[in-house]
Design a protein around this ligand. Sequence first.
Ligand SMILES: [Zn+2]
Ligand SMILES: [Zn+2]
Length: 557
Amino acid sequence: MVNCIACGGTLTYDITTGFLRCNSCSKCYAVEDAEIIGAEEEKVFDATVYACPKCGGEIVGVNNLAISNCSYCGEQVVLKSRMVKLEKPERIIPFQITKDMCKRMFKEKMSKAPCVPSAFRDEGNLEGFRAIYMPHWIYKGEQKGEVSFYVNDKPKKNQTEYYYHVKGGIDMTYEGMVHDASSSFPDSMSEQIAPYDMSKLRDFAPGYYAGFFADAADVASEVYEFEAEREMVKASKEKMIKMAYVEDKEVKVSNDAFKEVFHSEITSASLAMFPVWFMTYRTKDRVSYITMNGQNGRMAYDIPVSKPKFLLFSLIFGLFAALFLFVLKLNSPILCTLFMSFVGIFVVLRHRESIMLITKKAGSSSDFGENYAKVERAKRKNKEAYEAAKRAGMEDLYEDVYLTPEVNYQSREDYIRVKETIDRKRKERAGAVFTILILIVSAIMPILSELVMIDGGFMLRFIFVFIVIAGIWLGVENLIRLTETEETGKILKGGFAVFAVILCGVTLTIFPENLFYYTLVNVISLLMITITALDIVDKHNRLGTRKIPHFDYSKFN
Ligand SMILES: [Zn+2]
Ligand SMILES: [Zn+2]
């Protein structure tokens, strides 16, 4: 308990002054004053664990508070509290951003985003920002010894390739490689709001928790050692190549091999608590996390797109586009049909991409810490079952269960490979968008020049047929993709835009005399494309938000 010696009132850590302050008499105390917070013991201190009865998520604090909503699942429910002895982390970075600053910065950010649901600007919701200390491992490492590796000339035609031997010594110490140590805090978010200013690290004192919350570490330090080593290797490699003047040469040694070349070794890992402002936004079956670095205000959030706002935004955009076409005198129904078919193709491609992303995301979790914790738990359970069986003299029955844990988690190498694949996909996607843009521009150019002979020039017909083929191809391709996923129920919604593209293409190829047909086709296509576009928003929101978490274990036993 954190209480004032003078009046018994509750103390709270004051972010602006860095002192503990009494809520009733305003008397201030130094945080390190162990006496007042009952933390005389060396290794442990008294704390309260708050557990959510819905999802099992837990946070700890040192004040006795009534908490009526859960940070992990976002449910409005009174959390169950119990007292525990907590192990002291080694160090802590105290909060520097106050709640008011956090709210203001977040509001400012949201005011620039176009289709944010109004709940994210609502003052009452912003009050829900909660100050949570998140556990992180801080690694130290060394590279000492003789270094020797080869580089070679970049291959050129008809030239002799020379090899160069780089020799020397290395004596490096690295500090401050950081990885999140809680399985409940998503890695992707902790990486996005990093880095922290390590010069602000203090020795831990429970007083820092007064009026705040904390999550507990449940991922062993060895889990991210591999990543920390990689960071060291990368930095040393760059430095070494520069120092040896071989920047223009090709280095054939892989990064993993460089680990050996540099004699890399992690020498220590210490547990530190980092400040995070945390808010949860719950919709029916999804949850969004909004997180902010409590030291410098860097943010990471999953924010869904509001459908009504998306429609409004599209309408405004569409009106501008129409105005633009009108000014350029390109507003003939025929050209609008052409334009519509391009929009349709774009929407179909976008829809397909979101289905692919969802399939991939459903396939594997890239959060290594989370997977690790899951497997360790399964192993522990198996072991317990085995021990129990042994006591009952029935170990033969359980041996198989114990020896083969049911869950397999990705190896560290796999984890990194997944990350690299995602990076590559991102580049490929950028390439695809660029190609489509080129395609659209090159398609529109001849039309503009052939505008005079809109009565059916060869070029135009060619493009129209191309649209029909593209539409059919996209449709078939989409069907194949969809059958690979569990999204088969959504085939129709993707199909609407495909149908619109085909309809536009066919109409343009048939080339009816009566302009009324074009207008009719335009209206029908617009409606169909809108249905698919709204489905993209749905999928985007599913990708951008999280499943309601469920924790079937306690971190505090
Ligand atoms: Zn007091
Ligand atoms: Zn919960």
